[in-house]
Design a binder for this molecule. Structure first.
Ligand code: GDP
Length: 297
């Protein structure tokens, strides 16, 4: 992740402020204008920026803060807090079912990194929690998807359940869940079909699968590099599916930061993990406070 432009512009705006002995309402106004422009240029959602600026202004303006001796530091602190809040405040852990298996359904547009993320997350659980996951290959429309999942599973020594491309995904899921029951797998991942864009047939299939599987998690993968489009995609999916969280992929290639900063605020869904590369280990828990500090430099 390198949101260099954003970081540079934000720290410049803050330096203007911290270079002064006191902060006037005009100084605050000018700083907030700079911050607002920097966020918009980073492709942050317009409404999110507006709310953020209003929140910082609301907290910072007035005699209490601005006339205090450490006014500049207080404003910097408020900006940091509000950025953190915008991204969800706390890291949100994966849901866990009281009985095995915990079922994690993955959704996303084609190319967003869904299949890769299934493997990464299953591997993470295997390494860190000694989990015994099963991956269900239910993306029958992209012929290479099943092969890709099988290859990843083989490399990582994680079993993959597949019935090829000729069986209805709903039946694949039913059979896969049965298999998990027999083998007492503690986590089941369902890799569903991605499309180039959201369409009704895709959504209906996903809704049906959710009804069949009663997943503990429905995670949406979105590509951070697509900025506002990632936010719109997340909004679109969350209108049809009870998403429990988002995985923001390709953060390593994202130079702007708009998706990371907008998704939580626009959709109300937490970003639970971020993908930061193509390797199985390149998946990290998303911590809003750490991200805010990194962005502020
Ligand atoms: P799907 O169609 O959503 O299942 O997408 P894939 O899992 O096939 O991923 C599409 C491409 O994105 C592949 O080349 C992946 O290696 C790549 N990819 C996925 N996640 C990341 C990530 O976090 N960082 C980078 N750099 N590449 C990623």
């Amino acid at each position: 992740m390198a949101f260099e432009n954003l970081t540079e512009r934000l720290s410049k705006a803050m330096k203007n402020l911290t270079g002064r002995g006191r902060v006037s309402e005009e100084d605050l106004h000018a700083t907030m204008r700079e911050i607002r422009l920097a966020l918009l240029e980073a492709d942050v959602n317009y409404g999110t920026v507006k709310r953020f600026v209003a929140n910082v202004r609301g907290k910072a303006s007035g005699a209490d803060i601005l006339e205090g001796l450490d006014a500049p530091q207080q404003v910097v602190k408020i900006v940091n807090e509000e950025l953190t809040k915008m991204m969800g405040d706390e890291a949100v852990p994966l849901n866990k079912s009281p009985q095995i298996p915990t079922i994690i359904m993955m959704a996303g547009l084609q190319g967003a990194g869904k299949t890769t993320t299934v493997a990464k997350l299953a591997y993470k659980l295997k390494q860190e929690n000694k989990a015994r996951p099963l991956l269900i290959a239910a993306d029958i429309y992209r012929p290479a998807a099943i092969d890709q999942l099988e290859i990843l599973g083989k490399d990582l020594d994680i079993p993959v359940f597949s019935l090829g491309t000729d069986t209805d995904p709903r039946d694949i899921v039913r059979a896969g869940l049965e298999e998990a029951k027999q083998h007492r797998n503690d986590y089941v991942f369902i890799d569903t079909a991605g499309r180039l864009q959201i369409d009704e047939v895709l959504m209906q299939e996903l809704k049906d699968i959710a009804e069949i599987a009663h997943p503990d998690e429905i995670l949406l993968t979105v590509d951070a590099m697509t900025g506002q489009n990632a936010t719109e995609t997340a909004k679109g999916f969350s209108e049809s599916l009870d998403l429990t969280g988002v995985v923001l992929t390709k953060l390593d290639g994202d130079t702007r930061g708009g998706a990371a900063l907008s998704i939580r605020d626009v959709t109300g869904k937490p970003i639970k993990f971020v993908g930061q590369g193509e390797k199985p280990t390149d998946l990290d828990v998303f911590y809003p406070d750490r991200m805010a500090s990194r962005i502020l430099g």
